[in-house]
Design a protein around this ligand. Structure first.
Ligand code: SF4
Length: 738
């Protein structure tokens, strides 16, 4: 038997590593890093090498399941869709479209169909009850970017490969491989900052692996990043260190910000943050004097009640030091598929949640209200849910309540790879597609990449016999909920969807193909039907595209196919003012909704000091949130789901290594073994997320053997009011021997 070698981009996390896959027919023999990949140069983490094991996992769903009297049983696609039609359509007819909620899990953004066809499905469903993993850990960045730059997806990333000084808060890319800043091999890139004489500073309640490797680690009390960052800004203003550089004249609101910062002196916030004021002064000065510098904040800064304030201040500091939009600072990527964006005022609250009247943000309601929107009786109650590639029972707050809520729904449909802790509630589960059996292009992460690259991988293996592709599943589901019936001709429907995309572009004066004949564009687009046709269209009309012949050397799908190791489009370039979408055309440093929240932040000064334990999360490189714990090589070895606790705290409550402790919050209790360490602040304890695979009805034979505990049984449903993001860090807990 001869083996073949193919190359593809790993779709598991945001790092987008190139993989070299050796296989015999449909059996993977070996996966290693692709040394010729233009971006990752051979880097790989333990998860990437397990894609073959994932593809072969006997627990992976390969046919639809219908829940019957004695559990879930295999069904045909027609049976599954007929049941969905007979149950979901009457709910919509009687209670309206908003009575059907949708939860989108993180893997959606790692799939071409998940990005492109989920949008189509949502348009066909016409519900306002949309929830996603974005309000678990990243909505603050969208909100601050929306207000400052005019578009929630216009997110600056640290220019890792050229910066001289990197200040990181709440981020541990040695374990997570990076997030909202796509860079394969973060460890190597951080080492290079140091090697070229630069400095890496990590601010975190834990001395993480990343902090260990940095030049400096500063402990900070959970939830106080916004205070710390505001204080850095205050030092810059007070010491005359503000220098906007090239952005001078393109920034508004600087005087208002200077006034707002006056109260946040290092002396005022130092004790609350647990950071010596002298350290704050020194970091502010170092930052201002560095040849180039970037501030980068991630999950730990976002998952607090001041997530948006912290996210805002990250970019305020990049602006005040003249580092926004310049090499070595924080820059805006330009993805190959990016389409023109229009200037408009960023808005939230176009509609609100029913029970607590909380505003939508970016078209979504906070995940923290999902359970109450189902459970609380009354007009407008959520009666049905569709979950797509998500496991909110493990990954969203107050999970016992959500578990109870999902169990009481009138009807539930899931699209997923597994029968897991969430999909066990579904009446119908439609199987997703293994990553090796679908094509890949990173729509989400190419626009967050620290270098402009384009990388396309065709599906390595064909779909399993009898399977539907994910775009077909989503279109067929869309046809059901929009009243077109489950027997719809998917090819005709897809042509209609694509035709609308083309029509919209040719009618848009800012499009590269404005005024062209839509039929000619339609007929001239490659990729067949489905997401690859859309990819060809988006890349050809994108910033490097061939514009359907206007730029003959430009990119198209054929060009991407001919470059299995990716196409390097060069280092990030300055994009202001063209990229800005604010109505003023300026960077807005003091947006009114953020300024209005400053008194709330100020009121947090002095709060929480010297009180009991607070809980924070953590990440391990072998975990991919909740969904890869069924791969044996990723969960073997020592138990990683334990409570980290400072040695002084452990002595005080009388526990030793491996002791079991009971952790209690205002909403839940879990029992976990203790790991005693000096790498965590006194008063802070840490549990990893994504565990708790011991719920009856799920079928995860490997994960079930080492279930761990679900940290979200302790998270309370509290949120950052500006973004609706869940508060997952800094939760007050009691810890006692079990
Ligand atoms: S770092 Fe992320 S993209 Fe790279 S191999 Fe690991 S899981 Fe895949």
């Amino acid at each position: 038997m001869t083996s073949s070698v193919d190359f593809r981009t790993c779709p598991l996390c945001e790092a987008t590593c190139g993989l070299e896959v050796t296989h015999h027919d449909e059996k993977v023999v070996r996966i290693r890093g692709d040394r010729d990949d233009v971006f990752s140069h051979g880097f790989i983490c333990p998860k990437g090498s397990t894609l073959g094991k994932l593809d072969e996992d006997p627990d992976l769903l390969r046919a639809p399941l219908i829940r019957r009297e004695h559990g879930h049983e295999p069904a045909t696609w027609d049976e599954a869709f007929e049941l969905i039609e007979s149950r979901l359509v009457p709910i919509i007819e009687e209670h309206g479209n908003d009575a059907v909620g949708v939860y989108l899990g993180n893997p959606n953004v790692h799939s071409m169909s998940g990005v492109l066809y989920t949008r189509v499905f949502l348009k066909m469903l016409r519900t306002r009850s949309i929830f996603s993993a974005s309000t678990v850990d990243q909505m603050p960045k969208h909100v601050s970017s929306g207000y400052m730059f005019g578009h929630p997806d216009l997110i600056p990333v640290p220019d890792l490969d050229r910066t001289s000084y990197l200040l990181m808060l709440g981020a541990n890319p040695y374990e997570s491989n990076g997030s909202l800043a796509t860079a394969p091999d973060w460890p190597g890139r951080l080492e290079k900052i140091k090697a070229r004489g630069g400095k890496v500073v990590v601010v975190d309640p834990r001395r993480t692996k990343t902090a260990d490797a940095a030049d400096e680690h500063v402990f900070i009390r959970p939830g106080t990043d916004a205070l710390f960052l505001f204080s850095l800004a205050r030092v810059l203003f007070a010491e005359g260190l503000v220098d906007l550089g090239e952005l001078d004249g393109q920034v508004s609101g600087i005087d208002e910000l200077a006034i707002a910062a006056e109260s946040f002196t290092p002396e005022a916030v130092g004790e609350t943050c647990g950071v010596d004021p002298d350290t704050i002064y020194r970091i502010a000065r170092e930052h201002a004097h560095a040849d180039s510098a970037a501030v980068y904040g991630r999950v730990g800064t976002h998952t607090t009640e001041f997530g948006t304030m912290a996210s805002w201040m990250v970019d305020v500091l990049n602006v005040l030091t003249g580092n926004l939009d310049r090499p070595g600072g924080a820059m805006f990527p330009l993805a190959a598929h990016e389409q023109p964006r229009k200037a408009r005022a960023f808005q939230v609250g176009r509609w609100s949640s029913r029970v607590r009247n909380l505003p939508e943000v970016r078209g979504e309601l906070p995940v923290s209200v999902m359970a109450e929107e189902i459970l609380e009786p009354g007009t407008g109650r959520l009666r049905a849910m569709v979950t797509i590639a998500g496991n909110p029972v493990l990954s969203t707050p107050d999970s016992d309540r959500l578990d109870e809520a999902l169990a009481g729904l009138d009807f539930m449909v899931s699209i997923d790879l597994y029968l897991n802790e969430t999909t066990r509630h579904a009446d119908v589960i439609l199987p997703g597609v293994s990553p090796l059996r679908r094509p890949h292009y990173d729509f989400a992460f190419n626009q967050l990449s620290v270098r402009n690259v384009a990388n396309y991988s065709p599906a390595l293996f064909p779909l399993n016999e009898g399977s539907l592709d994910e775009w077909q599943i989503l279109l067929r589901l869309g046809a059901v909920v929009s009243g077109q019936g489950s027997a719809v001709d998917l090819d005709v429907l897809d042509d209609g969807v694509f035709g609308l995309m083309v029509g919209s572009a040719v009618g848009d004066p800012s499009s590269k193909i404005h005024g062209r004949d839509p039929e000619e564009v339609f007929a001239g687009t490659g990729g067949g039907r489905g997401p690859e046709r859309m990819l060809d269209f988006l890349v050809r009309t994108g910033p490097y595209g061939d514009a359907y012949g206007d730029h003959p050397t430009g990119l198209n799908l054929d060009g991407l196919i001919e470059a299995p190791h990716g196409i390097d489009l060069g280092p990030l370039e300055s994009r202001i003012p063209q990229a800005l979408c604010t109505v003023s055309g300026m960077v807005e440093l003091s947006p009114e909704p953020l300024m209005a929240d400053v008194p709330r932040l100020l009121a947090a000064v002095g709060r929480g000091v010297g009180e009991g334990f607070v809980l924070v999360g953590r990440r391990h490189v072998r975990s991919n949130n909740s969904w890869m714990h069924n791969i044996d090589v990723l969960v073997s070895g020592r138990d990683r789901c334990n409570l980290q606790m400072n040695e002084a705290d452990a002595a005080r409550i009388g526990v030793g290594p491996g002791s079991r402790v009971k952790i209690t919050s205002s909403v839940g209790v879990v029992v976990a073994p203790v790991e005693i360490t000096d790498a965590i602040m006194p008063g802070v304890v840490s549990l990893p997320h994504g565990w708790g695979h011991d719920l009856e009805g799920s079928e995860l034979s490997v994960a079930g053997l080492r279930p761990g505990v679900n940290s979200n049984r302790l998270s309370t449903g509290e949120m950052d009011p500006l973004s609706g993001n869940a508060v997952l860090n800094g939760i007050a807990v009691e810890v006692v021997p079990a």
